[in-house]
Design a protein around this ligand. Structure first.
Ligand SMILES: Nc1ncnc2c1ncn2[C@@H]1O[C@H](COP(=O)(O)OP(=O)(O)O)[C@@H](O)[C@H]1O
Ligand SMILES: Cc1ncsc1CCOP(=O)(O)O
Ligand SMILES: [Mg+2]
Length: 272
């Protein structure tokens, strides 16, 4: 077993022992799935998005997850207040720029958050991360299906990692994680994951859980992405034939069963 595979597999043991509190300011489409995914992986979720309390909740949390899926003025203010507080308190911030590139409000908000808040991990699909890279992203919605597919995820991830000084995780058929120095590709997952809304948001929440229990943001990002991929491929075997509804629930079941041994045995990773 190579070192990074071992580190990623060990990360779940640390997570389950630490049971980190993860503060989420997220969208109303997938919020319940994110809370359940966090519980399943061994973290404790808290959703709080009023600007009057978001900083205080962040201050008692081990990680902060910001997701602009259904952003509005109220949640934007909360995200910025919580993000600044996280930076003051040394709480890692994980950012999901859902739909970046699709509207002026999303684009301006992504820029504002990245200017005001130091991010530990950025997790998105290739279209969203291409927008952050300053490339002409062709986002037409919140999933990657509208992206042009021509971008090389390894170079986009590396570019954004250096630009922002953080770890970047680009998910898709093959996931790429880069911190500008280290790069891994993860080949777990199943195409049906893109037919259930929230698998990206849950992946970002899982990265938050790992970041709350593991100091190395690169390992945390890889472990979060790998967890969704591995849970997704086992869930497909058990429930995929029934349909996307059963598959959706089976993802949570498999996340709750993940441990060091499953991660170590199933992780399909290469160092790009
Ligand atoms: N074609 C695919 N094959 C295997 N896994 C996939 C595929 N598309 C997405 N995934 C997985 O689905 C999860 C969500 O990723 P993605 O669909 O890129 O996020 P988003 O929903 O934010 O666009 C990740 O674990 C990713 O690896
Ligand atoms: C459909 C939708 N619309 C706004 S947020 C959202 C959920 C996106 O979730 P994911 O990026 O995990 O597919
Ligand atoms: Mg998404």
């Amino acid at each position: 077993m190579n070192t990074i595979t071992k580190e990623i597999s060990q990360a779940i043991a640390r997570l389950r022992e630490a049971a980190p509190l993860v503060h989420n300011i997220t969208n109303y489409v997938t919020v319940n799935d994110c809370a359940n995914a966090l519980l399943a992986i061994g973290a404790s979720p808290i959703m709080a998005d009023d600007p009057a309390e978001s900083g205080d909740i962040t201050a008692i949390s081990s990680a902060l997850v910001l997701n602009i899926g259904t952003l509005n003025r109220h949640t934007i203010d909360s995200m910025i207040a919580a993000g600044k507080r996280a930076n003051e308190c040394g709480v890692p911030v994980v950012f999901d720029p859902v739909g970046a590139g699709a509207s002026r409000l999303r684009n301006d908000t992504v820029k504002e958050i990245l200017e005001l808040v130091k991010i530990a991990v950025l997790r998105g699909n290739i279209s969203e991360v291409s927008f952050v890279a300053g490339l002409d992203a062709t986002t037409k919605g919140v999933d990657a299906s509208a992206a042009d597919g021509r971008r090389d995820a390894v170079s986009v991830a590396g570019l954004v990692a250096e630009k922002l000084g953080c770890t970047v995780a680009i998910t898709g058929a093959v996931d790429v994680i880069s911190d500008g120095k280290r790069v891994v590709k993860i080949h777990n997952g199943h195409p049906m994951l893109s037919k259930v809304t929230g698998t990206g948001c849950m992946t970002t929440a899982l990265v938050g859980a790992y970041a709350g229990a593991n100091r190395d943001a690169f390992v945390a990002a890889a472990a979060g992405v790998a967890s969704m991929g591995i849970a997704g491929e086992i869930a497909y075997k058990k429930a995929g034939q029934v349909g996307t509804g059963s598959f959706h629930i089976a993802i949570l079941d498999e996340l709750s069963q993940l441990d060091f041994a499953v991660m170590e045995a199933r992780l399909k990773l290469d160092e790009a």
